[in-house]
Design a protein around this ligand. Structure first.
Ligand SMILES: Nc1ncnc2c1ncn2[C@@H]1O[C@H](COP(=O)(O)OP(=O)(O)O)[C@@H](O)[C@H]1O
Ligand SMILES: [Mg+2]
Length: 516
């Protein structure tokens, strides 16, 4: 059977192209060997379950331990330990049934009503019956919440500290998106409930999984070349690296799109950079489940609080350890670059902005049925932005309050929705998040035309510094005409004063300042 690029759940060796999994987290071996309890946390779809499967196999093969994988997904939302702890025990039992050696072991029946010690007794009995030390790998551990989480950790802690006398798992991994310190944030009224002997302090280390490097992406794609002869050109690997920044699921998804869909498994054709760009665009539009579940988070208040300043290119002034900030980092939506938060990769950036401006774009589709600024081979960008000034004047109120639920970022999102609406299908918008500089750079591309636009918000009518940033951007994009769109949000100012247009010739460059 031919291997494939996997985009649905954990990878299976032999069926899927796969980078050496355990090498992604080499410390685990040492932690198990030294009988530690530890956390592995990483974003969605980054290979956690694949890693646990590989670890379990590896431990079993080595013959020193038994390894039990157990997902706690079914305990999601059960904060009351009366139900939560029995649910955890049932989750373990259902996995035991399929373990070749452990399933045969006779474990005394457990009193499910004793939720304060039931889990501990169950694990102790299991370990007493087991011929080898037991390693338990709890996947989706961040599904646990409130008292269930505390009771679960208390029993693990209790078992851990008494291991000299009472049998208990030699090593336990808690695996999920969140780091252990963030589990504490999930517990209401933490101080009263945790007491002094914190159940967290048996966790010795928190490991994470990093994204694939360009070399690793090339190696993964190389497996396909080896199996089929189909080549990924070096420039294609560069583009995949650019779009995905090595996010494991995305790396597989763009390759799969090229191989299976665009080239329809015709392995004689090479995968080129152009095809990778096309694949990225398709994935964006199709909003695969992974992308969709990520986007669902954009409506959460705690995500909005962090995301809105990011869209605006503002320095996020959140406290370094704020829960909101950590949450967005743990989800894998954002990453930190030189102290500033930015979307984790250009594909997410694109999909975040498109999703947030989508409502506006749909509304606009009905309001502006014709788009006369699209010419045969170019865009009439001056005409387009003049029309946008008028549209903003007439509609900013309803759009800002009703259509877009990111009020501060509404001007940015509306302009992007407008551009997207106009050039949809025929062109492309490339967005660059400018780190902490209060601006967003866009390059609209239509046929042979390239149109650099810088968007800024201006609250106090501060004078706009000379066009240095835009000129830099024009230099980088090799363009000679550029637009600086400044949203004047001074309260109470009349529209006639706000809406203006200035054009400056600076040497061979033309720069328009579009006041909205
Ligand atoms: N070792 C690996 N090599 C290549 N791709 C991987 C690897 N591990 C994971 N992936 C990719 O990541 C996706 C998600 O893997 P999974 O283990 O289910 O992640 P998680 O449990 O973190 O959500 C897979 O469908 C695959 O595309
Ligand atoms: Mg998983």
């Amino acid at each position: 059977m031919k291997r494939i690029f996997n985009i649905a759940g954990p990878c299976i060796p032999g069926e899927h192209y796969l980078l050496p999994t355990l090498a992604r987290c080499p410390e685990i071996g040492r932690l198990v060997e030294s009988k530690q309890y530890f956390v592995i946390h990483a974003a969605r779809q980054s290979g956690k379950t694949t890693l646990l499967n590989a670890l379990a196999d590896d431990l079993e093969k080595a013959g020193k331990h038994y390894a039990l994988y157990c997902s706690l997904e079914t305990v999601q939302g059960i904060g009351d330990p009366k139900e939560g702890i029995p649910a955890i025990i049932r989750a373990i039992q259902s996995n035991l049934r399929w373990h070749p050696a452990l399933k045969k072991m006779v474990v005394p029946a457990i009193d499910m009503s004793d939720y304060n010690t039931g889990l501990k007794s169950f694990l102790a009995d299991l370990c007493a019956a087991s011929a080898r030390p037991l390693v338990v790998l709890f996947d989706e551990a961040d599904c646990l919440s409130d008292q269930t989480l505390i009771t679960f950790l208390r029993q693990l802690r209790d078992g851990y500290v008494n291991r000299v006398r009472t049998p208990f798992p030699t090593s336990v991994a808690l695996v999920g998106m969140r780091n252990i310190r963030d589990y504490k944030a999930k517990i209401r009224g933490e101080t009263e409930t945790l007491g002094s002997a914190s159940p967290f302090n048996v966790i010795t280390e928190a490991l994470t999984l990093t994204n694939f490097t360009r070399t690793e992406i090339a190696a993964l794609y190389g497996q396909h070349t080896q199996d089929t002869g189909q080549v990924f050109e070096a420039a294609a690997v560069d583009r995949a690296d650019y779009w995905t920044c090595g996010q494991p699921w995305l790396v597989n998804a763009v390759a799969r799109e090229c191989v299976e869909k665009i080239l329809n498994r015709d392995f004689s054709k090479p995968v080129t950079a152009v095809l990778i760009d096309r694949a990225a665009e398709t994935i964006l539009r199709r909003r695969d489940t992974h992308i969709d579940s990520l986007l669902a988070r954009l409506t959460e208040d705690r995500v909005r609080r962090v995301m809105e300043p990011v869209i605006l290119g503002k320095q996020v002034s959140l406290d370094y350890l704020s829960d909101d900030r950590l949450y967005c980092l743990d989800l894998g939506l954002l990453k930190e670059v030189k102290g500033a938060l930015v979307p984790s990769n250009p594909l997410y950036a694109e999909v975040i902005l498109r999703t947030l401006s989508y409502g506006a774009q749909m509304e606009m589709q009905m309001m502006i049925p014709e788009t006369p600024w699209v010419k045969d081979d170019h865009l009439d960008m001056n005409g387009l932005l003049k029309a946008f000034q008028q549209f903003w004047r007439e509609n900013s109120e309803p759009f800002t309050t009703k259509v877009i639920n990111y009020p501060e970022a509404a001007p940015h999102l509306m302009l992007q929705g407008f551009l997207q609406r106009v050039i949809n299908g025929g062109g492309q918008i490339i967005r660059e998040f400018a780190l902490g500089s209060m601006r967003l750079d866009l390059l609209a591309i239509y046929k042979s035309g390239r149109y650099p636009i810088e968007i800024k918000l201006n609250y106090q009518m501060k004078s706009i510094a000379p066009h240095k940033q835009l000129l830099d951007y024009m230099d980088r994009t090799a363009t000679t005409e550029g637009w600086l769109v400044v949203f004047d949000r001074t309260p109470g100012k009349a529209w006639d004063e706000k809406i203006r247009w200035e054009t400056a010739e600076l040497g061979s460059w033309t720069v328009h300042t579009v006041w909205c």
